[in-house]
Ligand binder design. Structure first.
Ligand code: ACO
Length: 326
């Protein structure tokens, strides 16, 4: 059977690190509050001259090196991001140029924190339909470009980074077994960046009045995220016709430790099978799962033929999941 196999992974985190103790000097917050509510201890922050296409290109080059695939063999590039360098052109086109992928189509995908898993579903479908053979998926974010460091409700949650995978069509049992996506636009207002699109256009007159950052109703989002996350994990297991006991590892979107643990509990998954890195990198939105995947591999936690579950939720609302046989 033709399957889409992840044949290489890579990630990149900017050098600068801000810990919760650093944030204590920047806003009214405490390390204890942040750690207790979210599990986050530190986040990476992009340099002033580093943008999403730069973070993404570093991660992509590492995934290419890991896979042994040449950049010219890539047929298609999907960059999942909500913080592209520009509204136009796409970050994916800038990445295509930076990595020298001369034979690739390229586009961005907008599904917020679920973007990487949405992209994996699309790549899997394109490969199994015979449209493309080799696809580069990147999740990349510069969330701090959208943060107001005086707003403690959102500023403590996010970080910057990029993760990339090379997906290839191969005959066999290893690869993507199932994917699932969901959405609910009726809850669009509980997590949004309203300014910068066509509805609220920045002008010289309103530039100081409009809030250009992330708007979030944390409590409402928390409630919805628990439900969506559980739904995503259950649907993935059903789709792959496996139980939680069959899983070797669960790599969730790293937004909040409590949300992740409640989803794992719902499917009866032991805590030791959850990969957590949000203490080190915070919430990097679409980059979160591919960064975690690459780190999990580096730590020897993903072995050949292991069943690995990905699950994410994000603005939209969107949620998504996948099971991969490594
Ligand atoms: N430091 C200290 N105090 C704070 C901070 C902070 N950084 N932020 C808020 N508070 C205060 C509030 O002002 C409030 O004070 P009050 O009681 O005097 O009014 C108190 O802490 C409680 O605030 P809540 O918002 O009710 O705190 P809650 O327990 O809900 O935790 C949190 C907030 C962590 C954001 C939680 O709601 C959550 O995790 N929600 C999910 C949101 C999420 O994960 N967002 C990430 C993006 S989603 C995604 O990845 C797609």
């Amino acid at each position: 059977m033709l399957r889409s196999r992840i044949v290489g992974t890579g990630h990149y985190l900017p050098e600068k690190v801000l810990t919760n103790f650093d944030l204590e000097h920047m806003m009214e917050t405490t390390d204890e509050w942040i750690r207790q509510r979210t599990g986050i201890f530190q986040r990476h922050v992009a340099a002033d001259d580093e943008f999403v296409s730069d973070l993404a290109s570093h991660a992509a080059k590492r995934a290419l090196a890991d896979s042994g695939v040449d950049a010219n063999e890539i047929d298609f590039i999907i960059c999942a991001t909500l913080t592209p360098d520009f509204l136009m052109p796409s970050a994916a086109c800038l990445i295509q140029d930076k990595i020298g992928a001369r034979n690739a189509g390229a586009c961005d995908l907008s599904a917020a924190c679920s973007g990487f898993v949405y992209a994996l579903q699309m790549a899997d479908a394109l490969i199994r339909a015979g449209v493309h053979q080799t696809i580069l998926i990147i999740g990349a974010e510069e969330m701090t470009a959208r943060l107001d460091w005086t707003k403690r409700d959102t500023a403590v949650l996010f970080g910057d980074g990029a993760g990339a995978v090379i997906v290839r069509g191969e005959e066999g049992e290893r690869g993507v077994l199932t994917t699932y996506v969901g959405s609910d636009g009726s809850a669009a207002d509980i997590l949004s960046i309203p300014v910068g699109g066509s509805r609220y256009v920045l002008t010289p007159e309103n530039i100081n009045e409009l809030d250009r950052g992330i708007r979030m109703n944390g409590r409402e989002l928390y409630k919805r995220a628990v439900v969506a996350f559980e739904e995503a994990t259950v649907r993935a297991l059903e789709g792959a016709r496996i139980s939680a006991a069959d899983l070797a590892l669960f790599i969730p979107h790293q937004a909040n430790k409590r949300i992740i643990e409640s989803a794992a509990e719902r499917i009866g998954l032991e805590r030791e099978k959850i990969f957590l890195n949000l203490d080190r990198v915070a919430n990097t939105s679409a980059a979160s799962i591919p960064i975690a995947l690459d780190q999990a591999r580096a730590e020897g936690r993903v072995k050949d033929n292991d069943l690995v579950l990905f699950a994410a939720f994000g603005a939209g609302l969107t949620w998504a999941s996948a099971v991969v046989r490594w």
